[in-house]
Design a protein around this ligand. Structure first.
Ligand SMILES: [Zn+2]
Length: 235
């Protein structure tokens, strides 16, 4: 029959491992869900798409203006050279209108060309952002899949550790367990320490021979007079 101190030491090893696994589980759980990189790639795509809508709209407006000016030029040309208008003053007015419209058309043609270049740039940005989102999404999906697998492994390992812990805890009396829990809380998880020779491994203080012998006998739980931890031997 193992001594209570040794059983508690075994329990502490399981508790330490359990707490490590639980902290890894929390870390992994925190990584579940959308990453900042994914959200940023999605925002970039939305922005590129909105910019294309804006500059595409601007191009269509300019093209419409250009069509209107062309129609006006054609109509003015008909009246100017059609022979129906003979009044010199009216003809001169038409000529001015004709010249003005042609200058407007030149300006509009330049603006249309510039807007076309902008649209091409926007289309390229949109294609880039689409490709980038696809890449980020693919990497993220792979990461989530491996994360899910990791979570499964951690949960299984935690369940196994809890089973083991239960199996060990039933071997202990309620009083010993309560003392262990209390010391664990106060001593940063390290309630039970080994006695090596006559030295407490919790505080490095050397125990009197008689006390060390009591620890080796293991009939009762012995605590270190200096650090208060439960003392035990490895076997
Ligand atoms: Zn000590």
């Amino acid at each position: 029959m193992a001594k209570a101190g040794q059983i508690l030491y075994r329990l502490q090893l399981l508790d330490t491992e359990l707490s490590e696994q639980l902290s890894k589980l929390r870390e992994a759980q925190a990584l579940l869900g959308e990453s900042a990189e994914l959200r940023s790639a999605r925002r970039a795509l939305k922005k590129a798409s909105e910019e294309l809508t804006t500059c595409g709209g601007r191009l269509r407006e300019l093209e419409m203006d250009l069509r209107r000016v062309n129609d006006r030029i054609a109509a003015t040309r008909d009246r100017l050279y059609g022979g129906r208008v003979t009044n010199p003053k009216e003809l001169s007015g038409l000529q001015q209108d004709f010249d003005y419209s042609k200058r407007t058309r030149e300006k509009l043609e330049d603006q249309v060309l510039t807007a076309m270049v902008v649209v091409e740039d926007c289309e390229k940005s949109l294609a880039d952002a689409t490709g980038r989102l696809a890449d980020v999404q693919k990497a993220w999906q792979e990461q989530q899949e491996s994360l899910t697998a990791r979570l499964g492994r951690l949960q299984a390992s935690i369940a196994a550790l809890r089973d083991q812990r239960e199996g060990v805890a039933v071997l202990l009396g309620a009083g010993d367990l309560a003392l262990y829990q209390e010391l664990k809380r106060r001593k940063g998880g390290r309630a039970v320490v080994l006695l090596v020779g006559q030295m407490c491994q919790g505080c490095r203080v050397t125990l009197p021979t008689s006390k060390a012998q009591l620890v080796r006998r293991g009939a009762d739980l012995i605590t270190c007079a200096h650090c208060g931890r439960i003392l035990t031997t490895e076997s």
